[in-house]
Design a protein around this ligand. Sequence first.
Ligand SMILES: *Cc1c(COP(=O)(O)O)cnc(C)c1O
Length: 396
Amino acid sequence: MDRVYFDNSATTRVDDRVLDAMRPYFLEKYGNASSLHSFGHEAYDAMEAAREQVAKAVNAAPRDIIFTSGGTESDNLALQGAAFANASKGKHIITSSVEHHAVLHTCQFLEAQGFKVTYLPVDSEGFVSEEDLKNALTPETTLVSIMMANNEIGTIQRIKDLAEIAKDKGALFMTDAVQALTKIPVDVERLNVDLLTMSAHKFHGPKGVGALYVRKGVKLRPIIYGGGHERGLRSSTENIPGIVGMGKAAELGIAEMDESVERMERIRDHLIDGTLSAVPRSYLNGPRGDGRLCNNANFRFDYIEGEGMVLLLDMQGIAASTGSACSTKSLEPSHVLRSLGLRHEQCHGSLRLSLSKFNTMEEADRFLEAIPPIIERLRKMSPLGEGVSYDVPAVQ
Ligand SMILES: *Cc1c(COP(=O)(O)O)cnc(C)c1O
């Protein structure tokens, strides 16, 4: 049985052309980019070519791109780096309640270090309000960090407007663009952002490599010390094959964006319309239309536990994910769904399908065939049971 992969917000398949571009840097051109001999030059040149490819993908200058080990490290370097470098100006940071844990847990660390962090709420579709940001800014605010697109519900924030408000008040603006890059246009000049984070494995590049855009003149304190690589901001021998792969993946992702987005949107809308019409008491989490990532569908089914859905789908060869608690090994359900104003029980019944350019309409049809009986079966077994009021606490 062919398996269906609908978990592309977790990670993606490496594009064959990306793998082909990387291969020589494991086997023949394996030099250290700092070495003086020809092996070193080869590695250095490849790294700089990749830096140009990544820079071009976000309309930045190559020297403003720092390679890291992934989205998480980029988020840490941007947040910790800017917070500590600007601590003498102020110790207030603003972010949103729906950020990725790479941002939220870094902010919690900064709180423990004496910074004050404001977590802006979102509306029922996951949008941060400009008004809330205006009201939260103080003369002490040095940094505002709002993600470009949400990894769970696909909400695309109005980054240009939010950045303008923050920068008017003299704060730096950072955005986590890990889910956005290659799915919506990302232009650091048009958006006027100061810091922007990326991760290769979310757009058909390899795992373990990411990048951070740092606007010229923005001061950061490093979080890793050593040999002074990446302008002293990120010491450690550069991951040349990974970096080459990221460059290639960025180049391909941008060149083929229009076509891939259109394809994913058609499949997404088929999944959304098909599911909502086939399954009673099913709902869409997050916005409809332009405010939603082309590759994201996130459903909520009353009276259901997400884990059950994911496991039963997996038995039919369909990979999806849930914001329910048990799967995340913590007892709390998704903080993103909670931020939408959903009750615990409602969050437990969520199912995320996230697409890539490799998915097909036939795969969507396979899901649409599989899901109604799965829901019916789970509802028959559910302690939440149909007709049971949500005000009754769920059986533990
Ligand atoms: C995946 C993801 C990250 C973390 O990236 P890694 O490369 O896996 O560390 C950060 N932010 C968002 C929005 C993500 O989806």
